[in-house]
Design a protein around this ligand. Sequence first.
Ligand SMILES: [Mn+2]
Length: 483
Amino acid sequence: MRCLAVCQDELVIRMLDEILLPGFEVEFIIENRPLARRLHEAGVTVTVGDPRRTDTYLKADIGPSTCVIIEDNGKRSIKKLLEAVRDAGGALVYVLGIGTAATGKRADEFHTEFPDVAYLSMSELFGGPLLTEFSRSLTRARVQQYQRYFSDADRVLIMLHNDPDPDAMASGLALRNVLRRTKTTAIIGAIQGVTRPENLRMVNLLDIHVEAITHDSLKEYDRIAMVDVQPHYFGGMIDRVDLVIDHHPEQPGYTAVFKDIRPDYGSTSTILTEHLRAVDVNISERTATAMLYAIKSDTLFFNRSTNRVDLEAFSYLYPLSDAAMIRKMEGAEITSERLEYVMKAHQGGVLSDQVFCAFLGAMPREDFIPYVADFFLQLEDVKWTVIAGIVNDSLVVSVRNLGYTKNAGEFVRRFFADIGSAGGHRAMAKAVVPLRAFREKFGELPADAVTAKLQAFAHEFLQHEPVGKLEGRSQKLELEVKK
Ligand SMILES: [Mn+2]
């Protein structure tokens, strides 16, 4: 591809020549003769000419597929120049803003006047990689400090929060890597171990051991590090640690020799990816797989508080990880027990006006209810799901929605807050009502009548304005009229 650059600044010319030369056929149009001679002697392809004349570009034989780069230092207007390029048939035009004039405002001005010209600012082009490089050396200095501090310890404890999640476990593996230790010299531990089926699947597939820690066993370690959690979490049990790496907001009330807390990061694994990269430690497939899975699950696959750095860590880890293993870990959500309740909902549930309601009867565990609610929300025609079941003498109701026109939390509060506990957010809500209270209010209902009741609530909620609100509004209107 041909590239014609109109530049007068020697540094910019030499830089562009170096960057573009391997892939492009580059030629420069220069006004200053001595400069042109010097560059020509240095092997740069140059033509001396007046960049404001159409003639110059006709001689250079530019066509619609020639990439034309025009330097803009803000000192002289380049309008004439752009017109000349256009008249000569140039269509692929870039303005390269250099110096202090290259601001967003200038880019906007160009865009209004020349909508088909792309404006690139030099500081933006080079700033990103440069800043990444500089912040990496800051991280490197930090990591080397704590590596040294941990180096003479016999046994290191890497402490996780209770019921560790993928991010906690992956961060544990990663920190063990940064510290260049094995599972016998850096022990990953927690006071309460893993319980959720999907996290247990990760533990088994990646062969992660989480040691049970007690108040007394803390003394057996020479150094304590914490990942994905801070000491305040343990309620005074641990108030001094050697290292904290976390992405939750920083909490007061503890001492840490070293800490790296970045609340704007989507996961602790993202922070540790940067630590590993900064000190050039090899990341094993197992650790990369755990970390990738952690970033995916902590950011809900980039749906929640995602930062550019999370995406960067993700793309760095992806080729190092085992994607098939991740699919297997994610598949752990589906169990044959859960599928039984999906089938039950499919048989007994009703779908109307994009609302799916089902009553699942009595069950041994509560997690089947939200699972079924999430499951049916995947159906193309479903915008709301209202699923109920009986667990230990209580009616548990899970509500989910897509589209956010009305609030799921408000829904459960309206119908269930007076007889039980009810709460939630826009898209997710839950109510727990003692069966006795439910029967007192609605009577003894057979299963299909409970489903019909849920359906009636949903339709009332979604189709009508709350009566109280309407009355309130009309009263207010009247008052205003009277005034
Ligand atoms: Mn986390």
